[in-house]
Design a protein around this ligand. Structure first.
Ligand code: DQA
Length: 141
C-alpha cells in the first residue's frame, strides 16, 4: 500500500507565498523530490493538496482503506481542525506531521496543533526536506 502525502490550504502557492518563510521551492518541486525519494526507498506514494478541510477529511478516510501511512502538512488547519484530528484518529495509521517552517518560532497561534496528538512524529523547520525525512521514518519503521 502507498503512503499518502497530504497538503493543506495555501500550499499550492508554495514558492511565491512568503518565500522568506517558506522558500522558493514550489509544490510541484516538492512533489517531484518526494516521488524520487519514495522510489529510492521502494515506497509508493499518492500526493494531494487541497484548500478544503472536507476534501482532506475525505482523503484521510480513503487512506484508512488504501494507505500504509500518512504524511500530512495540514497548514493552517493544523491550528484549528478537530475534523482532521478525528479523521486521523479513525485512520489508525502511522502519521507524520510536517511543517516547512518551525511553527514554534512563529506566532503564538501556530504553537498549538490539533494534529500532533495523532502524529507519531512531528517535523518542523526543515523546509521541503521534512517530507523526505518523513518518508525515511516510515520506510524504516
Ligand atoms: C505550515 C505552518 C502553518 O502555521 C501555516 O498556516 C502554513 C504552513 C508550514 O508548513 O510551515 O500554511 O504548515
Amino acid at each position: 500500500k502507498p503512503i499518502f502525502v497530504l497538503n493543506g490550504p495555501n500550499l499550492n502557492l508554495l514558492g511565491t507565498r512568503r518565500p522568506e518563510v517558506y522558500g522558493r521551492t514550489t509544490l510541484a518541486d516538492v512533489e517531484r523530490s518526494v516521488r524520487e525519494h519514495a522510489e529510492r526507498l521502494g515506497l509508493g506514494i499518492e500526493f494531494m493538496q487541497s484548500n478544503h478541510e472536507g476534501a482532506l477529511v475525505d482523503e484521510i478516510q480513503r487512506a484508512r482503506e488504501e494507505a500504509a501511512g500518512i504524511v500530512i502538512n495540514p497548514a493552517a488547519y493544523t491550528h484549528t481542525s478537530v475534523a482532521l484530528h478525528d479523521a486521523l484518529e479513525a485512520a489508525e495509521l502511522p502519521v507524520v506531521e510536517v511543517h516547512l517552517s518551525n511553527v514554534h518560532r512563529r506566532e503564538e497561534f501556530r504553537h498549538r496543533s490539533f494534529v500532533s496528538p495523532q502524529a507519531e512524529v512531528v517535523i518542523a523547520g526543515a523546509g521541503p526536506q521534512g517530507y523526505l525525512m518523513a518518508l525515511d521514518y516510515l520506510a524504516r519503521r
